[in-house]
Design a protein around this ligand. Structure first.
Ligand SMILES: [Zn+2]
Ligand SMILES: [Zn+2]
Length: 363
């Protein structure tokens, strides 16, 4: 009897945990036979364990309500909960004089297979989304700037520097690296002035390994985070030969952000601080000839709904992936205000293919 009691008590505790883990994987790796099958097994475990507990001792069945309540709390953090609407933005679009010849291109380097639930609260775990890993090349007569690098040629071996739980939750697929695409397009690498990082997470810096002859611009906060940001920065820390250069936000407020850095002084490439996802995350505003404007928001949100529906990442994801979730909320609200005031400005989250739709590929 004693052993039956112990088994029943253990089942009551661990079965809801199994559903929690299954949900975590279903959201992080997207719906597949593995994740949906795992979820069904976990649900069967929970039902079975409660039935078993009630049969062994009715009180134990009641006790199972506590872990189930915790599970419900965990799952509810995936439900939609829009942030309060921002105060309307009253400023005008900052002036810009982008030079003729300036142009922007996208360089897709691969995808991770995820679900919408991974990207924003209210997204479905059964809505499969391929999160793109796309770099952006900004051609400018005074020197081209590459924003992020996506997945490099050696991503498979580079990932060994990442924690096991991170690798277990990440199902990636590489296409061509930035360096490979530049070479295929017969791009003159001397024209590449610098690489500007939205932030230094693994999926934005992997390609740096093949571009070590170009300086990499980061904020001082991000430079420090690379050095002491913990296990999640393992891949970045292990990169060899990268020449980091830091810059400051010497310019005034920009579209609701407190300060700015105008790369060439013409308003064409303007960087603003948007800390939260990482301590030194930035948003890059581009103004192109013909009045086309973009906001490359990096990983402030992973999917456009983050801005359009003002939904932050679910609790498990932001706890593991965001350095300061409250700061993410502030900056998300800022960008939501910009999107509402200037619908003609295209918001481009680093991992949402829909944001890149109007940006041509480099052929
Ligand atoms: Zn990131
Ligand atoms: Zn990312």
């Amino acid at each position: 009897m004693r052993s039956r009691l112990l088994v029943a008590a253990a089942a009551v505790l661990f079965a809801p945990l199994a559903i929690g883990i299954a949900a975590l994987f279903l959201a992080a790796r997207g719906p597949s036979v593995l994740t949906v099958g795992g979820g069904l097994v976990a649900v069967a475990l929970v039902v079975g364990s409660i039935v078993h507990a009630v049969r062994v001792r009715r009180a134990l069945g009641l006790l199972s309500l506590a872990p189930l309540a915790l599970l419900a709390l965990f799952l509810s953090s995936y439900c939609g909960a829009p942030l309060p609407p921002p105060a309307p933005l009253t400023v005008a679009l900052p002036p810009a004089t982008p030079p003729p010849g300036m142009a922007v291109f996208q360089l897709p380097t691969g995808v991770t297979h995820r679900s919408a639930a991974f990207g924003y609260r209210g997204g479905s775990m059964f809505d499969a989304r391929d999160f793109v890993m796309t770099a952006v090349l900004v051609k400018h007569p005074r020197g081209d700037v590459l924003v992020d690098t996506g997945l490099g040629r050696d991503i498979g071996t580079q990932l060994a520097a990442m924690p096991w739980w991170f690798r277990a939750m990440t199902d990636w697929e590489r296409s061509r690296s930035v360096a490979e695409q530049l070479e295929a397009a017969h791009y003159d690498r001397h024209a590449l002035h610098a690489i500007l990082l939205t932030h230094a997470h693994w999926d934005h810096v992997s390609g740096l390994a093949e571009l070590t002859d170009t300086p990499v611009w980061v904020t001082p906060e991000e430079r420090a985070f690379i050095a002491d940001g913990g296990a999640i920065m393992g891949l970045t820390r292990d990169l060899v030969g990268v020449r980091y250069e830091t810059y400051a936000f010497e310019g005034g407020p920009y579209l609701g952000f407190p300060s700015s850095h105008d790369v060439y002084g013409d308003g064409a490439i303007v960087v603003v601080p948007a800390p939260g996802h990482t301590p030194g995350s930035v948003v890059v505003f581009l103004a192109l000839p013909g009045a086309k404007r973009y906001a490359l928001v990096g990983d402030l949100v992973w999917q456009l709904e983050g801005i359009t529906e003002r939904e932050e990442r679910p609790w498990p994801v932001r706890s593991l992936g965001d350095a300061d979730p409250a700061a993410v909320r502030d900056n998300l609200t800022r960008v939501a205000a910009i999107a509402a005031r200037f619908p003609e400005l295209t918001i481009v989250p680093a991992h949402d293919g829909r944001g890149f739709a109007t940006i041509p590929r480099l052929e």
